[in-house]
Design a protein around this ligand. Structure first.
Ligand code: FES
Ligand code: FES
Length: 165
């Protein structure tokens, strides 16, 4: 789709400030995937219901399919590619593999973003809190239980081993 009258916005993407020329009606998701080529962020429903497009916007998880790109002007955005540098993230990724929390992998970036946000917000969430934190992210493959098990496993590892051992 072609747009006219692009607007230049400033985003800090995964810690690096960039100026991006965006069509006025573009969604943050479009800019992340198509302009910045950060394709770890997925488009599922396109309507705010599946969490596949989740990113951190100024430290809070949002569904990027619902955010106009121009609204993010001046903000910090972390995508799955940026979070991959973090220690907690590596632990989560390992637990998802170990506990079968990822199958086709389509929902996994959003699931990892949601669980990373949970770990940042709460030091020791219980299973019900994990379930609630992941409620906005849908998975067609795993039945969700393995995802809850994966997040619980990562939290256990992080809690008992702050040095990452
Ligand atoms: S693609 Fe954004 S919530 Fe589903
Ligand atoms: S692993 Fe396939 S949609 Fe979740």
């Amino acid at each position: 789709m072609e747009f006219n009258n692009h607007i230049t916005i400033t985003l800090t993407i995964n810690g690096e400030q960039q100026q991006v020329s965006v069509p006025p009606m573009a969604r943050l998701l479009d800019i992340i995937r198509n302009k910045l080529e950060l394709t770890g962020t997925k488009e599922g429903c396109g309507a705010g219901e599946c969490g596949a497009c989740a990113v951190l916007l100024d430290g809070k998880m949002v569904n990027s399919c619902l955010i106009p790109a121009i609204q993010a002007n001046g903000s910090s955005v972390y995508t799955i590619e940026g979070l991959a540098q973090k220690e907690e993230f590596n632990c989560l990724e390992h637990s998802f593999h170990k506990k079968g929390g990822t199958q086709c992998g389509f929902c996994t970036p959003g699931m990892l973003i949601a669980s990373y946000q949970l770990i940042k917000d709460k030091s020791s969430p219980n299973r019900e809190e994990i379930r609630q934190a992941m409620a906005g992210n849908l998975c067609r493959c795993t039945g969700h239980q393995k995802i809850i098990d994966s997040v619980a496993d990562a939290i256990e590892q992080l809690t008992k081993s702050p040095e990452g051992q």
